[in-house]
Write a protein that binds this ligand. Structure first.
Ligand code: 3PG
Length: 305
């Protein structure tokens, strides 16, 4: 059996070592395709593999057609919007993710971005503190819960809304449950996005919603760029010169957002899950899930049916 790690944005070397150990201990072979720049490189590399470990790498119908022996794809991470699930099912390929494995890393980056934002991007002028501010967490999954834990350490008031998580579950975690997405934006000083990119959430963070924020509101995005209605956010930030947007996923309209000097920042490349720990956790979990599936038929964490 041959397992391929195909990562346009590579794992830390220590994580690749850990994955190699797991794969070889099962008697399988590991191949590596890192930092590829052309889709053709991926198409060539998948030709003879049984299993594939990816990150945000796109697995579409063409990749699945090229991977004649492929049985399983594991997205080492949480969001699997980069995999065409229907096409995978049609090709009889199992798709899994590794939920929770990189969530602390992403949550820590939320605060890296927030301190940077409230201290005016370190321009020397007096900023504000996070203590005492009200943080709204949109979607209370693995990342959202870690954000809540860290926010309490900063002395923030924490509130959350999740369309799929009941209020009593949120309250049981010591977090105030907002009744709606609108209420979260209306009442919080800062909103941190943790929704997946789905047909329902795409472009859902729009002018009407962000426009509900109080003076000086900040939106921090470590989720997906697709959830933002970029044109409307730009329009709103032109009208509301008090609002800030900080993101770990560079917008399509990054050049246009650059006009908001001192109110906008994007990492050049998504860095949320880019820690040795997250790479090790997610990478080794992916390797274990592949061995568990190929050897014992375990389909826990399968996301296509
Ligand atoms: C995820 O969905 O797990 C995160 O967005 C991390 O993505 P990455 O593996 O491409 O850094």
């Amino acid at each position: 059996m041959k397992v391929l790690i195909a990562t346009e944005k590579p794992f830390a070397a220590v994580a690749v070592e850990g994955i190699k150990k797991e794969i070889e201990a099962a008697g399988y072979e590991l191949a590596l395709l890192e930092k590829y720049t052309e889709k053709q490189q991926l198409l060539d590399a998948v030709a003879d593999v049984d299993a594939l470990i990816i990150r945000s790498d796109k697995v579409d119908n063409e990749v699945l057609d090229a991977a004649k022996q492929l049985k399983i794809v594991v997205r080492a991470g949480a969001g699997y919007d980069n995999v065409d699930l229907e096409a995978a099912t049609a090709h009889k390929v199992v798709v899994m993710n590794t939920p929770g494995q990189n969530s602390n890393a992403v949550a820590e980056l939320v605060f890296g971005l927030l301190v940077f934002a409230v201290r005016n991007f370190y321009n020397g002028k007096a900023g504000t503190e996070l203590m005492g501010k009200k943080l709204g967490i949109l979607a209370f999954g693995n990342v959202g819960r870690n954000v809540a834990r860290i926010a309490k350490g900063f002395g923030m008031e924490v509130c959350a809304y999740d369309a799929y998580c009941p209020a009593d579950v949120i309250e049981a975690a010591g977090v105030k449950a907002a009744k709606s997405q609108d209420e979260l934006f209306e009442t919080c000083d800062i909103v941190s996005l943790h929704i997946p990119a789905t047909p329902e959430t795409k472009q859902s963070i729009n002018k009407a919603l962000v426009g509900k924020m109080k003076k000086g509101g900040i939106v921090v995005n470590t989720a997906r760029k697709e959830v933002i209605n970029e044109d409307e956010l730009i329009e709103l930030m032109q009208e509301r010169t008090d609002l800030k947007y900080v993101t770990d996923i560079m917008p399509e309209a990054d050049q246009t957002f650059q006009q908001f000097e001192g109110r906008y920042f994007s990492t050049p490349k998504k860095m949320g899950a880019q820690t040795a720990e997250a790479n090790i956790n997610a990478g080794i979990a992916a390797a274990k899930q592949i061995v568990g599936f190929l050897r014992d038929g375990i389909t826990k964490f399968q996301v296509n049916k």
